[in-house]
Design a protein around this ligand. Structure first.
Ligand code: F0G
Length: 481
């Protein structure tokens, strides 16, 4: 929740107090350098004990509420017919308005089942933007992802409030090019993860639905960050002013044929679900649930997490909860802009995104500037971010790199986990790094896995820039800072 200060600025206020804490430590510089070397310059391969602030992701790392923890104690452990499932289904019905619910162990499991049921070889899936796991499932099914976003989506410095909008003209062109019968579905991702957590507007969602419905194409909605997208709609779409988040959400959902989400983000639990009011769609997916996930009343989740997700769904429409991550991200972005660090604007959901291309003008895309920046930032701060760029884009079938639309260092802000002093620390170290950016070089693969290579790939720096950067840092702050 933002409040106005007497100097005219705004401040994101934490609308909670801390009851349980986990100690963290800031490893000394020499350990940070060793740790990133051991991790093959890939922040995914760092151990938690070597990380001070874990901004890798907001997935499964959000602070839970007292009510979520309390609900976990009432979990009903039954293989079939668990009461915990019926409490989840009730929460989905109340908050999202869907009658049929399929629990899954996390978001990508939902993608797997949806793609299995709806995509056949040669099919096309239209999207406002792809996500790594979604694209992998469509590719593995022999389908093709076609992104239909507007020009503004890729402008990192922008004031466009809805860069996640699906471009309607390009939608029409894609329909013309591929033909309606080849289009399995159109997917709207609530705050486009890979291009800076940018939302789409309710108006755009309505327009997409109208076009898709006229052609008989189902609208699939990835709601992993649904409360943030609803919050941005409430804040940025003038005719929605005055509507509650719950109201915004229900209007959004009225446009949706098939909904899925990772429950690890907006819902602050560890699981996922698929939901719909379309019985035929539900029945196409249901048979596959016990094959890949688990029986239909647990879907691979622990019943404790099912309980936590039910409460998390209800809590995410509370404005204090829905805004908790987004307002911190906005502050983070604003402070970095003040320091002259190139960031994605406007601020989006889930993370502050640093534009590695503008940060490291001297590192070509083929040398993974965003990956290099993630490693360099870890050395300078002990903060772990995530590369979202060419490294996170799998090569084409010939093995050649596919250059990503953007090179971003994503600094995720898990909801209610960190405090403003943590954000200030990250801002300070990033500003220092920007002043020493010429010390940072590129990366090259040493080991490259065949799919989603960013998870386990190992890299090496071009030259010895990690050690040089550490020396510059030690000269300014001393070894142990
Ligand atoms: N869709 C979106 C928009 C996501 O952000 C994610 C996960 C998924 C689907 C897959 O869900 O992880 O529960 O299987 N995003 C995480 C991230 C991994 O770090 O951004 P999952």
């Amino acid at each position: 929740m933002k409040i106005k200060l007497s100097n005219g600025k705004t401040l994101p206020l934490e609308m909670h107090k801390i009851k349980i804490v986990q100690p963290t430590c800031l490893p000394p510089l020499r350990r940070r350098l060793r740790a990133i070397e051991e991790a093959g310059y890939n922040t995914f391969l760092l151990r938690s004990q070597d990380v001070f602030l874990d901004m890798l992701t907001d997935s499964g790392t959000n602070a839970m509420s007292d009510n979520q923890l309390a609900a976990m104690m009432t979990a009903d452990d039954a293989y079939a017919g668990s009461e915990s499932f019926f409490r989840l289904a009730e929460a989905v019905r109340e908050v999202l308005g869907f009658r049929y619910v399929l629990p899954v162990h996390q978001g990508r499991a939902a993608e797997h089942l949806i793609v299995k049921a709806l995509v056949k070889p040669g099919d096309v899936v239209l999207m406002n933007y792809h996500f790594t796991t979604t694209k992998a499932h469509v590719d593995l099914a022999g389908g093709k992802v076609v992104e239909v976003f507007g020009d503004e989506a890729l402008e990192t410095a922008s004031s466009c409030p809805f860069k996640g909008n699906l471009d309607l003209e390009r939608f029409d062109l894609a329909v013309h090019e591929y033909g309606t019968e080849r289009i399995a579905f159109v997917r709207m991702e609530a705050t486009t993860n890979l291009i800076g957590g940018q939302p789409f507007s309710l108006e755009n969602l309505r327009q997409v639905k109208a076009r898709a419905a006229a052609l008989g194409i189902p609208l699939v909605f990835d709601g992993s960050l649904i409360s943030e997208n609803a919050y941005f709609i409430q804040q940025r779409e003038p005719d929605l002013a005055g509507a509650t988040l719950q109201e915004v959400l229900r209007v959004m959902m009225s446009q949706v044929d098939l909904f899925y989400m990772s429950g690890r983000k907006s819902a602050a639990a560890r699981g996922g679900l698929i939901a719909t009011n379309d019985r035929a769609l539900y029945e196409r997916i249901l048979p596959w649930l016990p094959v890949y996930e688990g029986f239909s009343t647990y879907g691979g989740m622990s019943t404790k997490e099912i309980e936590a997700m039910a409460v998390g769904l209800r809590e995410m429409v509370d404005p204090a909860v829905a805004s908790s991550g987004a307002d911190f991200v906005e502050h983070f972005v604003a402070r970095l802009e003040e320091a002259g660090v190139p960031v994605v604007t406007p601020a989006g959901g889930l993370a502050c995104h640093v534009d590695a291309r503008r940060f490291l003008l001297h590192v070509p895309q083929s040398a993974y500037p965003a990956g290099a920046l993630a490693a360099a930032f870890y050395i300078a701060s002990g903060v772990r971010g995530m590369e979202r760029g060419t490294l996170s884009t799998d090569p084409d079938p010939s093995g050649a790199d596919v250059l990503a639309d953007m090179e971003l260092l994503r600094l995720a802000v898990p909801r209610r986990t960190y405090t403003l002093s943590h954000i200030e620390y990250a801002v300070d170290r990033l500003a220092w790094l920007f002043a020493h950016r010429e010390l940072i070089g590129g990366l090259r693969f040493v080991e490259q896995p065949p799919v989603l290579r960013f998870f386990f790939g190992r890299l090496a720096p071009d030259g010895d820039w990690g050690a040089e950067l550490a020396r510059a840092f030690a000269a300014d702050f001393g070894e142990d800072c």
